[in-house]
Design a protein around this ligand. Structure first.
Ligand code: CP
Ligand code: NVA
Length: 306
């Protein structure tokens, strides 16, 4: 593994390597703190969009492993505007040992990786959110002790998070269903590739527009915002389309599973894609899920840098 750009670049073995490393580093940190395996190393973090979890979890992960992180805010280097993407990559790579970037255009992640000569990590693009999906599989694995055969129903917008979950679930033999309104489903080609991989691993990928059919028998119900960062202008229109996809008590009951778990990458828009009582209720994994981002970032950093 040279970069972490997209889950589709990872083999099932590499996904498992990240999950097992996350578990080991989390246990080590809880016992006595992490060994400083990244002493002297620096991570440059480019953000074109806001962030709480990704920024702070990467920053603390570097600190716990003995390294250093530098936060570059959206207006600071104005990636692609003040300076071209390749020029930023060439210069930043002379100062730091790895680059994590959160961008709009996924091509910019690929360009950074082409030119930088240091590992590049996709901290979310309009296309995918691989660090999120890896961390989410880690959280599910912690709760269930396995991934293969588990059924995860993603209900909502077929966005970057849905794409990465489909790709990651496929590599671990999960049964993933994505329920999205017509016109908001993940791209057909992405779905086909993930479905083929899922089949090879004994799992499946199902795309549907029916949220109630999707959650039947689910072990995990997952949702995300109806309008992602960069889609703010569409938020009003989307609020008219998405209400049938709200994760609420009725949808949980439709799973038929008294122990169904609920996940959300956050930030949540309470009262839209998820109700307060579900987010704060006994099925919610939201806070463990957010906390695990730090442990999984450590695994990614350790595998790319140590
Ligand atoms: N889930 C996630 O990536 O959160 P942030 O946007 O706060 O980083
Ligand atoms: N789909 C959301 C995820 C945020 C972590 C977005 O792109 O804004």
């Amino acid at each position: 593994m040279r970069h972490l750009l997209d889950i589709s670049d990872l083999s099932p073995a590499e996904v498992w390597q990240i999950l097992h490393t996350a578990a080991a580093l989390k246990a080590e940190w809880r016992q006595a703190g992490n060994a400083p395996i990244l002493a002297g190393k620096a991570l440059g973090m480019i953000f074109q969009k806001p962030s709480l979890r990704t920024r702070v979890s990467f920053e603390m992960a570097m600190q716990h492993l003995g390294g250093h992180a530098i936060y570059l805010a959206p207006n600071e280097i104005s990636l692609g505007a003040r300076e071209s993407v390749p020029d930023v990559a060439r210069v930043l790579a002379r100062y730091v040992d790895a680059i994590m970037a959160r961008v709009f255009d996924h091509q910019h992640i690929l360009q950074l990786a082409q030119v930088a000569g240091v590992p590049v990590i996709n901290g979310l693009s309009d296309f995918s959110h691989p660090c999120q999906a890896l961390s989410d599989l880690f959280t599910i694995y912690e709760k269930h002790g396995r991934l293969a055969g588990l059924k995860l129903a993603y209900v909502g917008d077929g966005n970057n998070v849905a794409v990465s979950l489909a790709q990651a679930g496929a590599r671990t033999g999960m049964h993933i269903t994505i329920a999205a309104p017509p016109g908001f489903q993940i791209a057909a080609a992405v779905g086909q590739a993930a479905a083929a991989e899922a089949l090879r691993q004994g799992g499946s990928l199902t795309l549907t527009a029916d949220p109630f059919a999707a959650v039947a028998g689910a072990d995990i119900i997952y949702t995300d915002t109806w309008a992602s960062m960069g889609q703010e202008a569409e938020a009003g229109q989307r609020r008219l389309v998405f209400p049938p996809y709200q994760v609420n008590d009725a949808l949980l009951k439709a799973s038929g599973n008294a122990d169904v778990l609920v996940m959300h990458c956050l930030p949540a828009h309470r009262g839209e894609e998820i109700t307060d009582d579900v987010a704060d209720g006994p099925h919610s994994l939201l806070w463990d899920q957010a906390g695990n981002r730090m442990h999984c970032q450590k695994a990614i950093l350790a595998l790319l840098l140590a």
